[in-house]
Ligand binder design. Structure first.
Ligand code: GLY
Length: 572
């Protein structure tokens, strides 16, 4: 297809290479004494990229012992539940996209569900106003956890090692023996001490006057829960002592997750979303994630334009991508929800005619206003991602979450794990915004047993039938746009994995009508142009923590761990 042209003036780009060099620190000096953190690694056979060096090391060990990418992913999920308590979890949920070495693709939905007693107005007062804190903190904010059943389902279908106990044991050892926390973790725990006190009746492993880098975090209750899962599989969590502990905790804080909710929770295999972008097959997560559909829409919207010639973070490329984002997030708000409950118009949303019509009023010289852009007419932000490729050529892209950092802050008494606050991902009241400022519609209203809409976008890219890239990120509403940018950075701007991950990012989500921007992400000259055509900026802290593996031109695996955290990549 002939590329459409954009007529914006293109002043000289700021030096991308200089910037990337500046930003792509190879290791975090702060944590040098604690853990060897690698931000960029190249290997011939296998690679793991995760949010914590201990989890990465556990994944690598499983692979070296002959495990496949799914074995490693399960061990990493349980390890992160211990060493990365802000988002790694057994009290939350997530999504896995899996591509085996024959090119077959699968996606697993282990997203949390609303309790059977959940109702559309459960967070409203008698006047119909939203009681904000209830969906964000404490017992009532928690959906029925899906992680443990998800790991069991992944294990039953794809494990090569067939050794469940050994996938759990590293996490159990870590919880029981403890590990030294990083400076970043200490800072996060210190910031949230008041919340841990407020939303727990008992003292938890996370309580401490003041945490410091290098302090040991020992989680004996969590170790016992992991042992129950090790010894009894699914039943070790959804039945018996742990299930009783969850329900007792719920009752102590007006939570509604019941024994029946736990018994009835089942992760689901779903058909991945696929789309083509410049000759690459993009494989991502279907509803209840909005990620796969939104990513496919974004890529299709920019494909008619020669993005490469517009240059990275130029006014022209940012304008194009932002206008696509504005339209896609308007659609997300109106049309996306749990497809088991709401007829998501997936086919139409991905139809090329529909996509073209959505971009028909795109003006290369003028920003649209979000008040003028509605959905189309048709018939802490804390989560964590890890990417794994094994020595057999299988690939896992996995994103898992408690929702906000440390979820609901409520730790299940005696069981030692943090409950999610995923109920806030529903439209608590259609038309109002959630903790990420995302405005939801009735498609995502609360209903009994329904899954809340997610933005998590674990994604795999292939070219000519061969694996090309594994990518994903945390970041709430910014997940979709960060994955979009990482893919564009590689496929259009020709960056390697490390450059693509470390590059600065921006984000637009329709409402609020601003370009959220990492500091210095867009050169001042380019910003001026964007402002002159009607865009508004809001500077903010880091956007996302992308973990990517790209197959480079030599056929090697290039792992890149985001500089924005303690993230680490290793391979062999
Ligand atoms: N809790 C963040 C998401 O699922 O989008």
């Amino acid at each position: 297809m002939q590329s459409k042209s954009l007529f914006l003036p293109l002043p000289s780009l700021f030096s991308l290479i200089a910037l990337i060099t500046l930003l792509a620190c190879k290791s975090s000096p702060k944590n040098k004494s604690l853990y060897p953190i690698t931000k960029s690694a190249i290997a011939d056979s296998a690679m793991v990229v995760s949010a914590h060096p201990l989890a990465t090391a556990i994944g690598i060990k499983i692979l070296r012992n002959g495990g496949n990418a799914v074995d490693a992913a399960i061990a990493v999920q349980f390890a992160l539940a211990v060493c990365y308590p802000g988002a790694g979890n057994i009290g939350g949920g997530g999504f896995m996209v899996y591509r085996n070495n024959s090119g077959e693709i699968f996606s697993l939905d282990y997203r949390e569900k609303a309790s059977a007693s959940a109702t559309a107005d459960m967070y409203l007062d008698s006047l119909g106003n939203v009681q904000e804190d209830l969906s964000k903190f404490g017992h009532l904010a928690a959906g029925v956890p899906g992680t443990v059943d998800g790991m069991v389902k992944a294990y039953e279908k794809f494990s090569k090692l067939k050794d469940w106990k050994n996938l759990l044991q590293p996490a159990i050892d870590l919880a029981k023996n403890g590990f030294q926390i990083t400076a970043r973790e200490a800072e996060n725990l210190n910031e949230e001490q008041d919340n841990f006190k407020k939303y727990n009746l008992n003292t938890t492993a996370f309580h401490k006057e003041k945490w410091a880098e290098g302090d040991m975090l020992i989680q004996n209750d969590l170790a016992k829960t992991l042992e129950a899962i090790r010894d009894h599989g699914r039943a070790g969590f959804y039945e018996g002592i742990v299930a009783d502990q969850i329900v007792t905790e719920m009752k102590s804080g007006k939570g509604i997750v019941s024994i029946e909710d736990l018994k009835n929770y089942h992760a689901q295999w779903r058909t991945p979303i696929t789309t083509m972008y410049r000759g690459h097959k993009i494989i991502s997560m279907p509803p209840p994630s909005s990620g796969g559909i939104a990513l496919a829409q974004l890529l299709e919207m920019v494909e008619p334009y020669d993005v490469a010639s517009l240059k990275f973070q130029s006014a022209a490329s940012v304008h194009l991508m932002v206008e696509a984002e504005r339209r896609v997030y308007a659609d997300r708000s109106q049309f996306l929800g749990d497809a088991d409950f709401y007829a998501v118009p997936q086919k139409t949303l991905l139809d090329s005619g529909y996509i073209a019509q959505r971009m028909a009023d795109f003006n290369p010289r003028l920003a649209n206003k979000s008040t003028d852009v509605s959905h189309g007419e048709i018939g802490s932000e804390e989560t964590t991602h890890y990417s794994i490729i094994d020595q057999y050529g299988n690939a896992v892209s996995m994103t898992t979450t408690l929702n906000g950092g440390y979820g609901a802050f409520t730790v299940v008494g005696g069981a030692g794990f943090i409950l999610n606050n995923e109920m806030d991902d529903f439209s608590v009241k259609p038309g109002t915004s959630n903790m990420y400022g995302l405005v939801g519609g009735t498609a995502n209203k609360i209903e009994a047993n329904k899954r809340m809409l997610s933005s998590m976008t674990p994604t795999i890219v292939e070219k000519d039938g061969k694996l090309k890239m594994v990518v994903g990120t945390p970041g709430g509403s910014t997940i979709i746009t960060s994955v979009f940018q990482a893919i564009i950075n590689v496929l259009d701007f020709g960056m390697d994995a490390d450059q693509a991950v470390q590059a600065p990012r921006f984000h637009h989500q329709w409402l609020p009508d601003v370009i959220q921007c990492e500091v210095d992400a867009i050169d001042a000259k380019e910003r001026k142009i964007l402002e002159s055509i009607g865009h508004t900026f809001k500077d903010r802290g880091p956007i996302g923590r992308v973990e990517a593996i790209v197959i480079n031109k030599n056929g090697q695996l290039h792992g890149a761990a985001d500089r924005r955290g303690d993230d680490d990549t290793k391979g062999f």
